[in-house]
Design a binder for this molecule. Structure first.
Ligand code: PLP
Length: 421
């Protein structure tokens, strides 16, 4: 890899050589009042809009206007099987087999559906292992599942805390808890990548340790999907869930995704909440039969899906399919490395990056602490044209996204931050 340089000419040269450079123009960049685009480094919170989304939406609106209910079978992209059009591309993004992946519901809903199947407290094996700084929605979902089973969160929740004086968890510490307390753990549920620190865990090793102790292992990949190469199938984890509006650019509140490993798919002993869209397609409309599950993860589907939201997921997935995760990941490592290199030139006495420096332990996001800074600094860089994200008490989260961010964006962020400090 090229040696990084701290100047704009270098950043521009890197952009020139970037094999993905043309994709930036396929997205709408939010504009400042002065007519220049923002330095948008917030794709970990809400991905930008592909320009193709609008025309694709118009197609479905047109078919709805012209065909009404007939659109289920006669629209250009018939609505009956519409979710199936997304499956193969989605499966490639998360590294799974098509029968293991479905786009449905939203993340927290999917997490509940997965816990219905994979959190089965029995006797002393009744605990859930999560991160102490798990995303709040995940924590609420987990706690409410424990209570739903008539158990207490005080007894059944194990929270992984970082060591004294450290922010990130150490993988060895996670494994030790699993190895020593695994007999009492029904479900290991970790966020991958962590939304706050940007830390990425080795799912395969964690799954192996969990399974050796008889635990189920699931991951919340809200910050991993479309960001890192998840390889869900090979990781061996039991399930995963994610949203598609962060790195997968599918619009605010868009549909999420779910993965169930193939070994569970036809397991009739697994409890599941069911609805008509999970029923075998051939007989779904007979309406009277006993539930006959589709022999894929689609058995977990409940309702006929919102096509207008799926349009946006599909529009974005087409870009992922064109590029492939390998190229995206390769650029992401280089682009995030450049961000790290530049920010570090500001000096350890001012800057602390809490995200691991090992590229294998992080995705595109760096979580940056600026010593003695408060939100005034963040407000200043926003004023100066950066869209990033602030987490109390003192963390700026910045995510250069390989699909549409440039090295010049990263350099401009660094210059604006430097000016603001
Ligand atoms: C973004 C995010 C969510 C959001 O959940 P929704 O149900 O889509 O609102 C949940 N968990 C994590 C870890 C997230 O990063």
């Amino acid at each position: 890899m090229k040696k990084y340089e701290n100047n704009l000419a270098f950043a521009k040269q890197m952009d020139e050589e970037d094999e993905l450079k043309d994709y930036r123009s396929q997205f709408h960049l939010p504009m400042q009042k002065n007519g220049k685009p923002y330095v948008y480094l917030c794709g970990n919170s809400l991905g930008l809009q592909p320009k193709s989304t609008k025309a694709n939406l118009e197609q479905e609106l047109l078919d709805w206007a012209n065909l009404g209910v007939e659109g289920h079978f006669h629209a250009k992209n018939p609505w009956m099987p519409y979710h199936e059009f997304l499956t193969e591309a989605m499966a490639k993004v998360v590294g799974a087999k098509p029968e293991e992946v479905v786009v449905m519901n939203t993340l927290t809903v999917n997490l509940h559906l997965m816990m219905v199947s994979f959190y089965q407290p029995k006797g002393k094996r009744n605990k859930i292992l999560i991160e102490a700084d798990a995303f709040p929605s995940d924590k609420y979902a987990v706690e409410s599942q424990i209570k739903f089973h008539g158990l207490s969160t005080k007894d059944c929740l194990i929270e992984l805390k970082a060591r004294e004086g450290e922010v990130c968890l150490r993988q060895e510490d996670i494994l030790e808890v699993i190895d020593t307390q695994g007999d009492e753990i029904a479900l290991v549920l970790l966020g991958n990548t962590n939304y706050y620190t940007g830390q990425y865990f080795d799912m395969k090793t964690i799954s192996e340790h969990g399974h050796a102790k008889g635990c189920m292992v699931g991951f919340d990949c809200a910050h991993g999907a479309g960001n890192v190469s998840l390889n869900l199938h090979d990781s061996g984890c039991d399930f995963a869930v994610w949203c598609n509006y962060k790195y997968i650019n599918s619009g605010p509140g868009s549909l999420g995704g779910a993965f169930v490993h193939e070994r569970h798919i036809n397991n009739k002993d697994l409890p599941r909440f069911e609805g008509w869209w999970g029923h075998n397609k051939a007989t779904r409309f007979k309406m009277r039969d006993a539930f006959d599950p589709t022999p894929t993860i689609e058995a977990w589907q409940l309702s006929n899906p919102p096509i207008l939201s799926m349009v946006a997921v599909w529009s974005s997935l087409k870009l992922f399919e064109e590029i492939g995760m390998d190229k995206l990941r390769k650029k992401a490592i280089s682009l995030t490395g450049y961000l790290e290199y530049l920010v570090k030139t500001l000096g350890d006495d001012i800057i602390n990056i809490i995200t691991p420096s090992d590229p294998n332990q992080r995705g595109s996001q760096l979580s940056i602490q600026v010593k003695n800074a408060d939100k005034t600094l963040f407000n200043q860089i926003t004023e100066d044209g950066v869209i990033a994200d602030w987490r109390e008490p003192d963390v700026i989260r910045v995510a250069p996204v390989a699909m549409y961010n440039s090295y010049e964006d990263v350099f401009n962020f660094y210059s604006i931050l430097k000016r603001g400090i």
